[in-house]
Design a protein around this ligand. Structure first.
Ligand SMILES: [Zn+2]
Length: 76
């Protein structure tokens, strides 16, 4: 089962959700579909790839969110 990390532009929050085939997840906070999928590897966020995901500055140095919860995607 693929668990993806998403970022909600409305709440400015990150969340993980299970995505079934073809399903478009919504933000658990505000219910919007205005969300972006982050790449599964946490390092990708800090590295960035042209600047779009780097705009998140809230404690994303390294793998912060993944050490406090189960981040099955990054394997830490
Ligand atoms: Zn939201």
């Amino acid at each position: 089962m693929p668990i993806y990390e998403y970022f909600c532009d409305t709440c400015d929050k990150k969340f993980e959700t299970l995505v079934l085939g073809g399903e478009v997840p919504v933000c658990p906070e505000c219910g919007t579909q205005d969300i972006r999928r982050l790449m599964s590897a946490c390092g990708f966020i800090s590295k960035g790839s042209g600047g779009e995901t780097v705009s998140m500055s809230a404690g994303d140095s390294g793998c912060g969110p993944c050490t406090s919860s189960n981040c099955s995607s990054c394997g830490i």
